[in-house]
Design a protein around this ligand. Sequence first.
Ligand code: SAM
Length: 279
Amino acid sequence: MTVGEALAHGTHVLAEAGIDTARLEAELLLAKACDDCARALLYMELRRELTPEAEEGYEALLARRARREPLAYILGHWGFRRLTLKTDKRALIPRPETEIVVERALEHLDGVGEPTVLDVGTGTGAIALAIVDEHPRARVTAIDASEDALALARENLDLLGINGRVRLVEHDLTEGLGHDAFDLVVSNPPYVEPEDIETLQPEVRDWEPRIALVSHGATEAVARAATEALRPGGWVVLEIAENQAANVAGLLRDLGYEHLRVSPDMAGRDRVIEAQWSR
Ligand SMILES: C[S@@+](CC[C@H](N)C(=O)[O-])C[C@H]1O[C@@H](n2cnc3c(N)ncnc32)[C@H](O)[C@@H]1O
């Protein structure tokens, strides 16, 4: 099979499996099968014959994707802000809307000398690592209740060489967040209601860890516990589901937070909320 034939074949297999971005994903999987060559190079070699090993490897990758395993788990890495993070089934794949969470968090850290940050439910470590990457003096305590997620976050920390400014701690947020006077509490908590799990895409529903997705009340628990974990004047920044903004805003006001702001994602949906703890 030539490179060109392989791309056409892969596109067909993935489209049949219901994948919208079939051509792009076929290119990425073929590039991985060809010893991680650059995707653009494939187009310079459309008539080249694949080696038997590359062909076999490509078929195996296509079969995984056709079973709707997420592309990020198959590739083993995924981009998040300026970083490339290791990704696998131990933790949620970092999402574009979470990049906005980081952007809002960084705005509140701007001008703070050596800010201290608490990342609740760190997963791959995406938020914590992006913050220390983009704020040269920030220190982040990153907690998660999942041992698996923390192991992956540790690998990302080591790979990126940002050890020293991120502390990973196994901790369940329902036990509270302590009284450490953080400058910022940031979180992308699990916010899919248990009854909604069946409505999600198979990539999410069948492959990403349930503990990262499903919860009833995690957002409220973070907002409540952050009132004790923040210093007066500190900020909380939370990712929310698109239908959650009004409820979470009400909750934050009831708890005594001020200066609320909701930010939309690229599609205009309200996905990030922030508020100041002024007491
Ligand atoms: C939606 S994922 C977010 C992961 C990562 N921060 C990101 O944005 O890509 C939620 C994370 O919260 C963790 N988690 C769920 N319940 C928790 C709890 N009760 N205490 C601490 N962490 C929890 C999950 O293990 C998961 O890593």
